[in-house]
Write a protein that binds this ligand. Structure first.
Ligand SMILES: *Cc1c(COP(=O)(O)O)cnc(C)c1O
Length: 397
């Protein structure tokens, strides 16, 4: 007779079986560093290009593949990799495709930390960063050294919608990879892999899942979506080499929020329009920025690409020059429902102030002089939000 295992061992090796006859609304959650191979044959026969040959936590679990497949589906791509933040997903693209001597082009209104990352690569590895004007495709002048162009539609502070059609066409002609930061459109305002009447496609999308997919303002994550398998495999190799991975719990939370993401996006898009319409009638601003507004730079490009008429819930205003920094700070501090903070896509409306003079390399003739305030519209009643802005503006009289 074999001796019974001790309690200590039994606690670890107690018999368990994966449930087979139970169905739940949310998929089961896998937390894993180790993934157990049934036999040595499973260990030796697996191949890294088969994503469902589970091997180790950093390379994915059913939980991460469930979310990744859904993000790819939403954005119109085929493959998805997850990263611990949107910025980490951006870095994955840069470190996979840029080598010493390469040139990378970025829009003047690019997400700031991406530019900072690229400048760091420039200083250390001799990768050249060039800046183009997103509403003037002629300002993008690729050379044979150009490897990658970053696109952003719309820019997340000044909200210019780029000439996406011509920029992508020009990049394709020059054999330059196109990477779109798709956080604003979230795969819902337009399909980055099939847009405009010409069915154009970018090569890669990056999405800060921190924003709309999370929807709670409490989880950080990013994704990289592609249609092309070869590109995906290059990214997947780098993802593995760099040990980029996400927590099963965070992944399951975002998966849970996806079910209502299109509803939240639509609501915030509509609320932002309501707030925009009111802001346009106020005398304190010299410019109100939103791609659906005919006076905003890139409005026609937005019409070409966003046939849904949808936009993320972001609106920016430029205060008239007589309002100095002290006044803008007083305005922001006087808001009650709008909280002062970075990010967007959550239930709570947010506000942030920016000094454009310190943010741009090119001359921006389409932007007035003044301090900029960005409103990120949450899920509150837009009439309450308007009231809140009105109260704060009264403090400036
Ligand atoms: C927030 C954001 C990111 C970065 O996402 P994190 O998860 O905060 O790192 C990237 N691009 C855009 C446009 C964003 O708004």
């Amino acid at each position: 007779m074999t001796k019974q295992n001790s309690l200590q061992t039994t606690l670890i090796h107690a018999p368990r079986q994966a449930p087979q006859y139970i169905e739940t609304i949310q998929p089961p959650l896998f937390r894993a560093s180790t993934i157990i191979f049934k036999t040595t044959a499973h260990l030796f026969d697996r191949h890294w290009t088969n994503p469902y040959d589970y091997s180790y936590g950093t390379h994915g679990t059913p939980t991460t593949f469930t979310l990744g497949d859904n993000i790819a589906r939403i954005e119109g791509g085929n493959y998805c990799l997850l990263a611990p933040s949107g910025l980490s997903a951006i870095n994955l693209v840069n470190s996979t495709f840029l080598s010493s001597g390469h040139e990378v082009w970025v829009a003047d209104n690019i997400y700031g930390p991406n530019l900072e990352h690229l400048k760091n690569l420039q200083d250390r590895y001799g990768i050249h960063v060039k800046v183009y004007n997103p509403i003037d495709a002629n300002s993008f002048q690729p050379t044979e050294k150009t490897k990658l162009i970053w696109l952003e539609a719309a820019g997340s502070v000044t909200l210019e919608f780029p000439d996406l059609k011509n920029l992508v066409k020009k990049a394709q002609q020059a054999n330059v990879l196109t990477a779109l930061d798709n956080t604003w459109g979230a795969g819902l305002a337009f399909n980055a892999f099939d847009f405009s009447d010409e069915h154009l496609s970018v090569d890669i999308t990056v999405h800060a899942l921190t924003k709309y997919p999370s929807g709670g303002g409490d989880i950080l994550m990013g994704s990289v979506v592609t249609r092309d398998q070869l590109l995906h495999h290059k990214l997947y190799r780098m993802h593995a080499i760099q040990g980029i991975s996400v927590s099963g719990d965070d992944t399951a939370q975002i998966q849970r929020s996806l079910a209502h993401m299109p509803l939240r996006y639509e609501q915030q898009s509509n609320s932002a329009i309501a707030v925009l319409d009111w802001l346009k009638q106020q005398s304190q601003f010299c410019q109100v920025l939103h791609p659906s507004d005919a006076n905003s730079a890139g409005h026609l490009f937005w019409q070409q690409v966003c046939e849904s008429g949808k936009s993320a819930g972001l609106v920016s205003v430029i205060f008239k020059p007589e309002y100095d920094l002290a006044a803008i700070r007083k305005f922001c501090d006087s808001l009650n429902l709008f909280k002062l903070g970075f990010s967007w896509g959550g239930p709570v409306s947010l506000v942030m102030l920016y000094d454009l003079k310190q943010m741009r390399e090119l001359e921006n003739t389409h932007l007035q002089q003044g301090l900029l305030v960005r409103f990120c519209i949450g899920l509150e009643d837009p009439n309450d939000l308007i009231q809140d802005i009105q109260n704060a503006l009264k403090q400036l009289e």
